[in-house]
Design a protein around this ligand. Structure first.
Ligand SMILES: C[S@@+](CC[C@H](N)C(=O)[O-])C[C@H]1O[C@@H](n2cnc3c(N)ncnc32)[C@H](O)[C@@H]1O
Length: 290
């Protein structure tokens, strides 16, 4: 059954995810970023008839459509609304520890980008929110409330935006900024970047989203807990979409309790990048529990 949404998130590098997890019948897998369950379905199919998947998503709005899509798999699929920073607790409580594989497919789903009112996309005249969960400070709180200097530091640290100071200065001068589209305009003008293949506000939006959701903190906790939840020889598969995340993962794999299965990062092939634009920035790593 398909979720009732115009845009179904197209999973990235699905064959490599299934191979990286070494999915097999009887295996127990945790998908820490369930989204629209595209990867979860592939893992369940590859591990039929007895493999199980626990799917986590921090976003309460992801749960209904993903559950509907996984219903045909019955008890083999378990869906939980929760943050992967605590993935070991969810996994333990539902009998998924020791796990044979854990997947992180980071970032936002097409469903979230497409949801006008959530403000993830700079092409939308939406309020600035960007939270995966309805609690905590929204992007609007940061944009309109942070001192200029802190805003610049945030855009630099989480967006790796070299023009963070002039962008923060322009934002401070234009406050209050009401919506995503308006913020994108202010940033585009201040940055002086020409409109190319990526929008000039991409890094600033990324920075706000990472800050609002404490994405780096959650990733650090999630990776450490995933390693502790894995069985010996169990697989960790990660897909990152920007260098900040990928660096964090690489560091973890190099000095954590897991060792790399592939020496080099894996990328989607040209067929996939032609078909699915979002996959262009995907960087996949596979490691196994020592
Ligand atoms: C790229 S999408 C995953 C798409 C999914 N693999 C599929 O096939 O449809 C990333 C998902 O991770 C979720 N997410 C992001 N950070 C999270 C966190 N800390 N804990 C749990 N879920 C998180 C987002 O809400 C989003 O639905």
């Amino acid at each position: 059954m398909q979720p009732n949404s115009a845009i179904l998130h197209e999973p990235v590098m699905t064959a490599q995810v299934v191979a990286g997890l070494a999915a097999r019948p009887g295996g127990a897998y945790v998908d820490c970023t369930l989204g629209d369950a595209g990867h979860a379905v592939a893992i369940l199919e590859a591990s039929a008839p007895t493999g199980r998947v626990l799917g986590l998503d921090a976003d309460p709005e992801a749960i209904g459509p993903a559950s509907a899509r996984l219903r045909p798999f019955g008890k083999r699929a378990v869906v939980v609304n929760g943050n992967f920073g605590e993935m070991d607790a969810y996994a333990r409580a539902r009998g998924f520890v020791p796990a044979d594989g854990v997947l992180f497919d980071l970032g936002v789903s097409s469903r979230q980008l497409d949801a006008e009112e959530r403000g993830f996309s700079f092409r939308r005249a939406a309020p600035l929110d960007m939270r995966f969960t309805p609690e905590g400070a929204s992007a609007a709180d940061l944009v309109n409330g942070l001192p200029e200097r802190e805003l610049a530091d945030l855009i630099y640290a989480f967006g790796e935006e070299p023009r963070s100071r002039r962008i923060a200065r322009a934002i401070a001068a234009e406050r209050p900024i009401a919506g995503a589209e308006r913020l994108a305009e202010v940033v585009a003008r201040a940055s002086g970047y020409r409109r190319g293949r990526t929008h000039p506000a991409t890094r600033t939006f990324q920075a706000l989203r990472i800050a609002v959701n404490d994405e780096i903190g959650a990733l650090r906790r999630g990776l450490a807990r995933a390693a502790s939840a894995l069985a010996a020889g169990g697989r960790l598969v990660t897909i990152a979409y920007h260098s900040l995340e990928d660096r964090e993962i690489k560091r973890f794999i190099n000095d954590g309790d897991v060792r790399p299965v592939n020496k080099r990062v894996l990328k989607p092939d040209s067929d996939e990048t032609a078909r699915n634009r979002r996959s262009r920035s995907a960087r996949m790593r596979v490691a196994e529990r020592v």
